[in-house]
Design a protein around this ligand. Structure first.
Ligand code: PLP
Length: 396
C-alpha cells in the first residue's frame, strides 16, 4: 500500500484478508453441515462498507438492536438473511422480522407478549435464547465464580418452561430453534463441546423438534497456536451428531472477532515529542479510544513506518494518545530507535470492538479506507462538527 495516500489517523480495511476469513470459515462449515449460516456479528464492527462485503459474500447479519436491524436492511440484507438477537429489539422491528422470515431469538418476556400482536391468521417461527450458566455447564471456562449470564431464559428454574408454554399456548407460533451464545475468555473447544451437550439436554428435556441451533460467536481468528475455524466447527459437529442428524439440522454461528479483527489496521502519525523527566513522550494523532476503547490492553500488534536504523537508540519512549486523558498512554518502547514527528505507527488486528465503541470524545470519527489490491478507496470521510451537529436543534 502506498502509505503517502492515506491521511492519519485512519483505519484501513484490507479486502483480501476479509474475503479470506469469510471463505475459510464458510468452507469449515460446509465441510460438516449441509445447512449452515454464517451470521456475522454486526455489533463487532458495523462499518457500512464492511456490511456490504458481508452481504455480498452470502453471510447473514446477526443484529442485536432495532438500530442494527434497520442498518442491516439499509445495507442491503433481506430480512430473511438476518438473525435478530438481544434485549434491545423494539416491537415494530420484532414483528417485521418474524413476518419476513428472519431468525428471531427471543430474549425476554416483553418479546413474548409482542407475539400476541402478530396477525392471527399467519403461522410463525421463533427461537429462544437459553441462559447459559458457565459454572454449571463448563466450569473450566468460568474464570469468575460469581459470574452469571444475564441473557435468555434459564432452564435451571421455571423461566424456560414458562416461555415455551407461553408460545405453545398461542397456537400459531412454533419454537424452531435455540440460541446458545456464550463467550468466555478461554474461547476453548471444550466450551463449545459443553454448550452443545447442554443444548441437547434441553432439547431432550422439553421434547423440542428444532430446525436450527444457533451456537453464537466467541471464536478465535486465525491465530498461531489457537483453534482454527475448522477445529471449532468439527467440535460442534461431533458434539451435535450424538443426538442430531447433522445433515438436516441448520447450524448458525455468529462470529465477530474471528472474522473482523485481522482485516483492520489503524494508522497514526507522531505529532509531537516532549521530554518530561527521564521520559521522551511521543504524542500520536490517534488515541487509545481508537484501538482499545475498554482501556484493557497492555500492548498492541504494532510496527513503525519508516524504520530508519540510522537513528539513535533511546532508552525509554512513552507513546501517548492525542486526547486530554492522563491514561491515554499506549505503550513504552525501551532501547528503541528514536521516533520522530511524522513517523507513522501501524496497529494491526484492530477490527473488533474498536470502531463501533469509539466515543465522540474531543475528536470525531476518523477516516476509513478500503484497500483493494493496490487501490485505496476512502470509504468514510473524517467526521467534522457538521456530522456531530446533525439531528441537533440549537436554541437560536
Ligand atoms: C449474541 C452474540 N453473538 C455473537 C457475538 C460475537 O462474539 P465474538 O466477537 O467474540 O465472536 C456476541 C458478542 O458478544 C454476542 O453477544
Amino acid at each position: 500500500m502506498n502509505i503517502n495516500k492515506i491521511q492519519t489517523p485512519c483505519y484501513v480495511l484490507e479486502e483480501d484478508k476479509l474475503l479470506h476469513n469469510i471463505k475459510t470459515f464458510k468452507e469449515a462449515l460446509n465441510n460438516r453441515f449441509n445447512n449452515n449460516i454464517l451470521g456475522y456479528s454486526v455489533k463487532t464492527n458495523s462499518t457500512p462498507v464492511l456490511l456490504d462485503y458481508i452481504n455480498k459474500e452470502g453471510c447473514y447479519a446477526e443484529v442485536v438492536s432495532y438500530h442494527e436491524y434497520s442498518l442491516a436492511l439499509s445495507c442491503g440484507f433481506k430480512a430473511n438473511r438476518i438473525v435478530y438477537n438481544g434485549p434491545l429489539k423494539n416491537k415494530e422491528t420484532f414483528l417485521h422480522a418474524i413476518q419476513n422470515g428472519a431468525y428471531v431469538n427471543i430474549d425476554s418476556k416483553r418479546e413474548l407478549d409482542w407475539l400476541c400482536d402478530l396477525p392471527s391468521e399467519g403461522r410463525y417461527s421463533v427461537g429462544l435464547r437459553v441462559n447459559l450458566d458457565l459454572q454449571k455447564i463448563s466450569p473450566d471456562d468460568c474464570k469468575d465464580k460469581e459470574d452469571f449470564s444475564r441473557f435468555g431464559f434459564s432452564s435451571e428454574n421455571e423461566e424456560f418452561l414458562e416461555a415455551l408454554n407461553y408460545i405453545r399456548n398461542l397456537g400459531n407460533v412454533n419454537v424452531r430453534g435455540l440460541h446458545l451464545h456464550r463467550t468466555s475468555k478461554t474461547r476453548s473447544l471444550d466450551l463449545y463441546r459443553n454448550i452443545c451437550k447442554y443444548g441437547i439436554k434441553i432439547v431432550e428435556k422439553y421434547h423440542l423438534n428444532l430446525d436450527y441451533l444457533d451456537i453464537g460467536g466467541g471464536y478465535y481468528g486465525d491465530l498461531p497456536g489457537k483453534p482454527t475455524y475448522q477445529d471449532y466447527v468439527d467440535t460442534i459437529a461431533d458434539s451435535l451428531s450424538v443426538y442430531f442428524d447433522t445433515s438436516k439440522l441448520t447450524v448458525i454461528v455468529e462470529p465477530g472477532n474471528a472474522i473482523i479483527a485481522s482485516p483492520f489496521t489503524f494508522y497514526s502519525s507522531v505529532i509531537d515529542i516532549k521530554n518530561i523527566g527521564s521520559n521522551r513522550v511521543v504524542v500520536i494523532d490517534g488515541s487509545r479510544n481508537d484501538i482499545d476503547p475498554f482501556f484493557h490492553k497492555t500492548d498492541y500488534f504494532k510496527s513503525f513506518i519508516p524504520v530508519q536504523k540510522d537513528r539513535l537508540l533511546i532508552p525509554r519512549q512513552v507513546f501517548v494518545g492525542c486526547t486530554c486523558l492522563e491514561n491515554d498512554r499506549l505503550f513504552v518502547l525501551n532501547n528503541h530507535y528514536e521516533v520522530r514527528v511524522g513517523d507513522i505507527i501501524k496497529f494491526s488486528f484492530v477490527g473488533a470492538y474498536t470502531i463501533c465503541l469509539s466515543p465522540l470524545f474531543i475528536r470525531y470519527f476518523p477516516r476509513i479506507y478500503v484497500q483493494n489490491g493496490n487501490e485505496l478507496l476512502l470509504s468514510r470521510e473524517e467526521w467534522t462538527e457538521k456530522d456531530y451537529l446533525q439531528q441537533n436543534v440549537l436554541n437560536s
